[in-house]
Design a protein around this ligand. Structure first.
Ligand code: 9MR
Length: 381
């Protein structure tokens, strides 16, 4: 059989095999570039919140009302309207904001936040009712009995006012703190000092009474890393949850904050095993404060953004695939508003962190696209 000659272009010499292969490779590259561009265009059309909702997930981000008053306030609010279906109060539901002094309740910012959520059809997570940290200074001067009264009064006044408008309450935040060397590795502070571990059960029981409809969440930090610290947090949290379960304490979901860091190790099968254990106790799981501190990534901004996007992919793919995980919340949406950025500015650092899906101008970063891809591939629950 006569060997077929490679096609020749008019007026040119027949193409060599190598040229054809090169041509094919170039065509293939052109195709992949084209389909990548098409994929990007496709993702560009996508709303992250809608993609997440298709999979039975709520996509959310923390929100700070004072940012609406900044020069970029309109773009700030719009970024949330465009990207998320839920918001978490970053500041205004904390005791220090609601009760700046012992004799005053200031509902202004929380009302504003609640209205913003309502006007835009967003689910609202109130963060946080009881936390042994970030308390107004006057609380530290109260006696044990007064702390008990304060806890009960606080839960009643805040939950009665916002009941029906809050979708989930972070009732207790960060109960674990191994550095305090207390039984169960619990974190010390006024509430623990006054009531011992019992403050947790008491807060949840009161919360259920004051708002029987909303989700009640126990929110914890530092459980994500594969190092010894992560292990202590995971073990201590699981042990606490088992004790609370045995006492029938009404908790609906466990919040895992997930402030990831580029300089820490992660072991996803191990972390997924931890999610399995929480789910086996009957709790839903909410990822409540996701961001990536890119402090250890070097190189250009583009290279750092790619590395951040990779950690988004590596962490979120198995986590969002877990059926017990119902919510993914970012801690802010755009780099300029991140607690990490404010912290870096305060320290006078030259290099600003880039932890979030949107940049300083609320434009999409590689992390945004990484999340969109992960959401597309996430199995529905
Ligand atoms: O991002 C929040 C920062 O602006 C506040 O100053 C700080 C104290 O209220 O809280 C930060 O948010 C924390 C959250 O409430 C609990 N988990 C860790 C978050 C980052 O520090």
């Amino acid at each position: 059989m006569k060997r077929q000659q490679p096609p020749s272009l008019p007026g040119s010499l027949p193409l060599s095999r190598r040229q054809i292969l090169l041509g094919t490779a170039a065509a293939a590259t052109a195709l992949t570039t084209q389909s990548r561009a098409a994929q990007r265009a496709d993702l560009n059309q996508a709303s992250l919140a809608a993609l997440a909702a298709e999979k039975g997930l709520l996509l959310a981000a923390s929100f700070a009302v004072h940012e609406m008053d900044a020069s970029y306030g309109k773009a700030y609010a719009q970024a949330y309207i465009d990207n998320v279906g839920g918001i978490t109060s970053e500041l205004c539901f904390k005791m220090g904001m609601l009760r700046p002094t012992a004799d005053k309740l200031d509902f202004g910012p929380a009302d504003r936040l609640t209205n913003f959520a309502q006007q835009n059809g967003m689910k609202l997570r109130a963060h946080t009712l009881i936390w042994n940290d970030a308390l107004p200074e006057w609380v530290h001067r109260l006696r044990a009995g007064e702390i008990e009264l304060l806890m009960d009064a606080h839960l009643l006044s805040i939950m009665e006012r916002y009941r029906g408008r809050v979708w989930a309450w972070d009732v207790v935040n960060e109960p674990i703190g191994p550095w305090d060397k207390l039984p169960g590795n619990l974190r010390n502070g006024p509430f623990y000092a006054a009531m011992g571990e019992g403050y947790i059960a008491r807060a949840f029981r009161a919360a259920r009474g004051y708002d029987p409809m909303a989700l009640l969440v126990l929110n914890e930090a530092q459980t994500e890393t594969a190092d010894g610290n992560g292990q202590i947090f995971r073990d201590s949290l699981l042990a606490l949850l088992k004790r609370l379960k045995a006492e029938d304490v009404p908790i609906d979901a466990i919040g895992l904050q997930s402030h990831l860091r580029s300089d820490r190790p992660y072991d996803m099968p191990r972390f997924v095993g931890f999610l399995d254990e929480i789910a086996a106790l009957g709790y839903a799981i909410h990822i409540t404060e996701f961001d990536v501190n890119d402090v250890a990534y070097s190189g250009s901004i583009a290279a750092r953004d790619q590395a951040v996007a990779k950690l988004y992919r590596d962490f979120l793919t198995p986590v969002l695939a877990h059926k017990a995980v119902k919510v993914l919340t970012f801690w802010q949406l755009a780099d300029r508003n991140s607690w990490l950025t404010y912290g870096a500015k305060e320290k006078g650092m030259k290099r600003m962190p880039r932890p979030l899906p949107l940049d300083d101008d609320f434009q999409r970063k590689p992390a945004w696209y990484a999340l969109a891809e992960v959401l597309k591939g996430t199995p529905p629950r």
